[in-house]
Design a protein around this ligand. Structure first.
Ligand code: GLA
Length: 366
């Protein structure tokens, strides 16, 4: 008997953030795009009430028992433990059978392409189907967010989990729950990704930046009817004296990215042929300027990949994800190959991706 046949496979995509970087945890609007790089989980039930995991990319394995004493183990498989803890905690299940699991991923780890959400979402999609829980994709996104934010204590917002579960390109107002989601059909189908090959943990830039922005906001809150959704650049200038130079600079960057995202959202809401690709590209590059100069989450290598992409014909480019390493994303319709070559020449690793419109799913068995 071929045992492999018993395995069932589930998968979820990585994503790029096109507009709204570092806006989700501030309850503002983001526009991510899911990409055709996926994390796959194959599993079959075992009779041991144990999760037995094997990861091909990491060349590592792990095993843990499924009981109420389950805790995190402080290793790379905590993502799987966290989902089970979230299911226990939210009362979805008391009793899980054991599973043998194989993980394989096309989403590079620590690269700003949301490898962690792709893993969390594909794992919960698998459990949802196996246990017949009937979760909607939004519920999958909400639960995986809880697992990452509250159980794994990562300072992330909700963008990655929504993008990976739902797929496509949409604007998401992160002031919820419930969150408002508007789907778009973009005039472009592919994007060029440039990996700086500089790896970091996303939690580092997220924590530093979130703390700085919160310090500035607290001061404004104490003195005015401060609202991050509506405050203008002029209003912020009038509060200049209440803030340190650094707090002002970062808050200015947040407000500017909020406005660039709003402009992009209006453009993407138009029918495909009326979308101004030059404008959409410019909005990416203007955001990169803010991420570099005001939010201070870019690095020299990312700046170089952005500049070389534009020189090679991209309409615009920016870093994607938390920053301080990882990838850039470039919009280069018709010039994808030229831009990919320029990225490689500048010391990056280029991948031409298409937008994934499926989100998380069960793979058909061959
Ligand atoms: C990480 C987080 C996201 C978001 C981005 C920055 O990818 O997981 O929630 O905050 O950083 O835009």
């Amino acid at each position: 008997m071929n045992v492999e046949k018993d395995y069932q496979t589930y998968s979820a995509p990585g994503r790029v953030c096109l507009y709204g970087e570092h806006q989700d945890y501030l309850k503002l609007v983001v526009i991510p795009a899911a990409i055709n790089l996926r994390t796959k989980i194959s599993l079959r039930e075992n009779n041991f009430k144990k999760i037995r995991i094997q990861s091909f990319e990491l060349n590592k394995s792990d095993e843990f028992s499924l009981d109420r004493n389950l805790t995190l183990a402080n290793n790379e498989f905590d993502y799987l433990r966290a989902i089970i803890l979230a299911l226990y905690g939210e009362g979805y299940t008391e009793d899980l059978p054991g599973y043998d699991i194989q993980i394989s991923s096309e989403v590079p780890i620590g690269s700003g392409l949301s490898s962690s959400a792709a893993l969390l979402v594909s794992w919960l999609t698998a459990l949802d189907d196996q246990l017949g829980m009937g979760l909607t994709k939004m519920e999958i996104a909400d639960l995986t967010f809880k697992a990452e934010n509250q159980i794994l204590k990562i300072n992330c917002g909700i963008m990655d989990q929504y993008s990976s579960a739902i797929g496509g390109i949409f604007s998401l107002d992160c002031d919820g729950p419930p969150y408002t989601l508007k789907s778009f059909t973009s005039e472009f189908d592919s994007l060029v990704i440039g990996d700086s090959l500089v790896r970091r943990s996303a939690n580092e830039p997220l924590t530093i930046l979130k703390n700085r922005i919160n310090e500035g906001m607290k001061k404004l809150d104490a003195k005015s009817d401060f609202n991050l959704k509506t405050i203008t650049q002029e209003d912020l200038l009038s509060f200049r004296k209440l803030l340190t130079k650094d707090e002002y600079k970062r808050l200015f960057g947040v407000i500017k990215i909020r406005d660039l995202t709003d402009r992009a959202s209006k453009e993407l809401a138009k029918v495909r042929r009326n979308q101004d690709l030059n404008l959409l590209g410019t909005l990416l590059t203007e955001q990169q300027k803010m991420l570099n100069e005001n939010l201070l989450v870019s690095i020299e290598k990312l700046n170089r990949l952005v500049n070389e992409s534009i020189k090679a014909g991209a309409l615009g480019a920016k870093l994607t994800g938390a920053g301080l390493g990882g990838c850039i994303v470039a919009l280069a319709p018709g010039k994808e190959k030229e831009v990919a070559i320029a990225i490689e020449k500048a010391g990056g690793k280029a991948t031409i991706c298409s937008i994934d419109y499926e989100g998380s799913k069960k793979e058909h068995s061959k």
